[in-house]
Each structure stands twice: as C-alpha cells, then as structure tokens.
Design a protein around this ligand. Structure first.
Ligand SMILES: *[C@@H]1O[C@H](CO)[C@@H](O)[C@H](O)[C@H]1NC(C)=O
Ligand SMILES: *[C@@H]1O[C@H](CO)[C@@H](O)[C@H](O)[C@H]1NC(C)=O
Length: 461
C-alpha cells in the first residue's frame, strides 16, 4: 500500500475510531461510580431525543419532545438547528436544545464513487460529535434515548455505545428505512444491501420500537424477526392544527401576503385554495401535480371562454410549501407555463403560519409515495388536523390514513388527479361530504395517542 494512502487511513479513519472506543472506557474509569449507574432503582426523569437532521423540519421528533415535557420529563433535544424551531419548544423551561454542527458541505455528493469515499468520512465526523455529546455532555439523570430512523448511520452505533456505557435505554422511532431511500439513489449497489443488514442487525438491539404504520410493525416482526416491544404510533395532528371559523379564515386570507390579493374571490368561492406540502425530493413526483394542473387549466380556461359563467370551473390558487432539492428546478418551470386559470405559488412559512394556511384551504394534495411503501405522509395528518380533505397519491399502506371517499380521495397518476380536481370542484356535494369526513379526523389528536401508545414503550422498554 502506498505510504500516503496508509497515512490517510490512519489519520482519518483508524485514529478517531480507536480513540472513541478507548476514551469512553478511560472516562468511565475516572468517573465516580454512582454517576453512571443505570436507570434501575430511582426513576430518572430525563429523555434525550436525537434527530440526525434539522430539528425545525422534524415535526414528529419535536412532538415527542413536547409530549415528554408535558408528561413531566426533562428533555434534551439533539439535532441540527437550521430552520426555526417552534416557540413552544424553544421557550419550554424543561426542554434543552443541543445543537450539533453540520458536517462540512463538500461531503454531500450524489456521485457513487465519491459517495463511497465521503460517506464514511461524514459518518466518522458525526460519530465523534454524537459520542462526545451523548457520553460526556448529556446530564446524568438521562434514562432513555429516543432516536429516529432513518438515518441509522451512525445513530444506531452511538445509541448502542451509550446504552452500554451509561445504561441509558434506547427506543427507535421508525419513520421509514434508510436502505430503501438509498435504493432510490443507488439501485441495487452493494451499499444498499450493507445498509439493510446494518439497520436490521443493530436495530434489533434497541429496547423498544415505535412505528408509523401497522404495516411497518408487521414488517419488523415478520420480515426482520424483531422481538421486544413494538407499538404503532400513528402521526396524529397536535393541538396547534385546528379548523378555522369563517371569521378566522377571512382574517388570515386577507392578512397573509400570498393570498391577500385573492382573498375576496377565495371567500366567495370563485377561486379555490389548494395547499400542497412537499419535501421536493424524488420521493414525491411533483410533475404529477403540475400535469394535473395543466389539464385543469385547459378545461377551466375553455369553459370560461365558452361563457359558462357561474357553472364554469373555479380558478385555482395553489400554494406549495416546503423546502427541498428540486424546488428551484420546478420554480423556474412554473414561470414558463403561462396558465390562465391557475396560479401556483411556493412559500416557506413560519411555524405559526403553517397551520393557519392549511386551515384556510379548500383541499390539500399529497404527492408522497413511500420509498418503503410502509410510511405515511405526515402533511396529510396536518391537513386532517385542520379538517381539510385530501387528495393523496395511492400506495401500499396509504389506506391506513386516507379513506377513499370518506376523508379524501386517492389517485394513481396525473390524469387521475386532474379528473378528481375537475370533478370535485364542479360537484360541491361530494366535496362537502369529504369535508365532513376530514372534520371527524380532527377529534383524534397526537397528545392522547402518544400517551397511550408511545409512553409505555418509552417508560418500560
Ligand atoms: C419542569 O420541571 C419541573 C420539575 O420536574 C416541574 O415542576 C415543572 O412543572 C416543569 N415545567 C413545565 C412547564 O412543565
Ligand atoms: C411574502 O413574504 C415573504 C417573507 O415574509 C417573502 O419572502 C415573499 O416574497 C412575500 N411574497 C409576496 C408575494 O410578496
């Protein structure tokens, strides 16, 4: 092996790993024996919630933190701080946010060759930072660590080391699988198989599991042979997502800068407000919505040209929220479309405005199709919290959330979505009945559901 390569491997790979396995041992030898006593005996009150992502864009982990705090736990919320975090969390006296620094930007790449070199470097970087935080900084009264998956690399390793050295129990909240997301990018490359093995092998070692669907729970139990306590914790709307009264709706529409110019026609019903939240990732094929809107525009414009007057299809204002990699690509596309009856706007909303905009919508649209087929679109849950019916892209387990014809409708492709839009917006009876179904959904909330399904796993795992 050339000496330079040897140096590189020693300096950047072997040394940090060795140090970080040896250092905790030394550290524990130096600590007073009571300090790292595990949670047996006296009940400890702190929970650590670890997101290896932007906290502001990880609503489910934020809800965990809030629910834990509302149930008398102290909470250490660990993650990147990029976008704004809800004030409920920032201002809560019993929630401490531990910001971790993001890995250097050049380590993110989509080339498979560079990925195999950079991904390990990025992981070692994160490993060092997380171990330092969890082994040395996290207060002694910590009883349980809740991590989300994905990403599992290196969080699972960190969680296992923390559990081993400090006796902190570990609960995995399975949102999806990392390997299935990787498969979208790299197909059947060996890294995908390796990542699946890793997720399964280390995931099994957790003390308890939460999943977002019952299909996912079945997969863990029968596909991956996982034992232990596994509870389904559906995403449910937390209390800040509420239906609006007519007055609140008109106030917000007139005040919000993206709707104020069309507020009067939205209130009259001659323009319909549609909201779609997307993460602008390949997981969600935005071109489906775009094609459907083009079709709607064609039809609506023709009808108004033919002078159908009051019977013509209403105009649409479509507000697309969210941040993500494909956003600017699509934004430049919108500019070239020259639509007559449809306005498409993108917006990134402040945390307090987001539930309000949803509550004003006539209809929500979800393009989410899961990489594993086993997770559900959280954005739909938010819309249901506000009592807004949803048109959702169909996939394997979406029926656990969207009941076709009851609280929304499912579509398979752009033609299907276009047809649904034309049909529902010309037939207000059916839209009203879906609205009733969506209002039923507002009764089932995150807080009670969390207490019933998550707390037992967190406490006794
Ligand atoms: C914070 O924790 C303390 C002690 O555990 C508790 O007395 C207090 O009510 C908590 N504060 C809030 C706002 O939950
Ligand atoms: C609305 O306000 C946001 C910032 O608050 C701004 O970025 C956006 O461009 C504004 N939109 C319009 C249509 O004025």
């Amino acid at each position: 092996m050339p000496p330079l390569a040897l140096f590189f491997i020693t300096a950047f790979v072997a040394t940090p790993i060795t140090l970080f396995i040896i250092l905790p041992v030394l550290y524990l030898k130096l600590r007073p024996p009571t300090a790292h006593k595990s949670s047996h005996g006296k009940r400890q009150s702190r929970a650590a919630v670890l997101v290896l992502g932007d906290i502001g864009r990880s609503p489910r982990m934020q809800y965990h933190a809030l629910s834990l705090a509302q149930n008398d736990r102290k909470v250490s919320l660990i993650g990147y701080v990029e976008s704004r975090i809800s004030p409920d969390i920032v201002e809560h006296p019993n929630i401490t946010i531990h910001a971790i620094s993001t890995p250097p930007k050049f380590l993110a790449t989509s080339s498979i060759l560079l990925f195999t070199i950079f991904a390990p470097l990025k992981i070692i970087y994160q490993l060092c930072i997380l171990l330092e935080l969890l082994l040395y900084t996290l207060p002694d009264d910590t009883a349980v660590l809740i991590t989300q998956n994905p990403p599992s690399m290196p969080t699972f390793i960190v969680a296992i080391i923390t559990r081993y050295y400090r006796g902190i129990r570990w609960v995995v909240d399975w949102h999806n699988f990392g390997y299935s997301i990787l498969a979208l990018k790299f197909g059947k490359a060996p890294i995908v198989g390796l990542s699946e093995w890793y997720e399964r092998y280390f995931g099994k070692r957790a003390d308890g599991h939460l999943t977002v669907t019952s299909a996912m729970k079945n997969f863990l139990q029968t596909g991956w042979n996982m034992g232990g306590q596994i509870n389904v914790l559906y995403d449910r709307p937390p209390s800040q997502f509420q239906p609006f009264t007519a007055e609140e709706r008109s106030d917000f529409l007139r005040r919000f800068n993206e709707t104020e110019s069309q507020a009067e026609s939205i209130l009259k019903g001659s323009t319909r407000l549609i909201v779609s939240a997307t993460s602008w990732t390949p997981d969600e094929d935005f071109s489906i919505l775009l094609k459907a809107l083009l079709e709607y525009d064609r039809e609506a414009t023709m009808q108004s040209f033919l002078g159908k007057g009051g019977d013509a299809l209403p105009r649409l204002l479509v507000i697309v929220t969210g941040k993500g990699p494909l956003k600017s690509y699509y934004e430049s596309l919108f500019g070239t479309l020259e639509l007559q009856s449809v306005d498409i706007k993108t917006a990134w909303l402040e945390p307090e405005d987001y539930p309000k905009l949803l509550a004003c919508a006539d209809l929500g649209i979800s393009l989410h199709t899961s990489s594993s087929g086993l997770d559900l679109p959280m954005k739909v849950v938010d819309l249901f919290g506000c009592g807004i019916p949803v048109l959702a892209a169909g996939f394997q387990c979406v029926g656990e959330l969207v009941k076709d014809g009851v609280n929304g409708k499912l579509f398979q492709d752009a033609e299907g979505l276009g047809a649904l839009l034309k049909h529902l917006l010309s037939d207000s009876k059916e839209l009203e009945s879906l609205k009733k179904g969506a209002l039923e959904e507002t009764k089932d909330r995150w807080e009670e559901n969390w207490k019933k399904n998550a707390l037992p796993v967190i406490d006794r795992s």
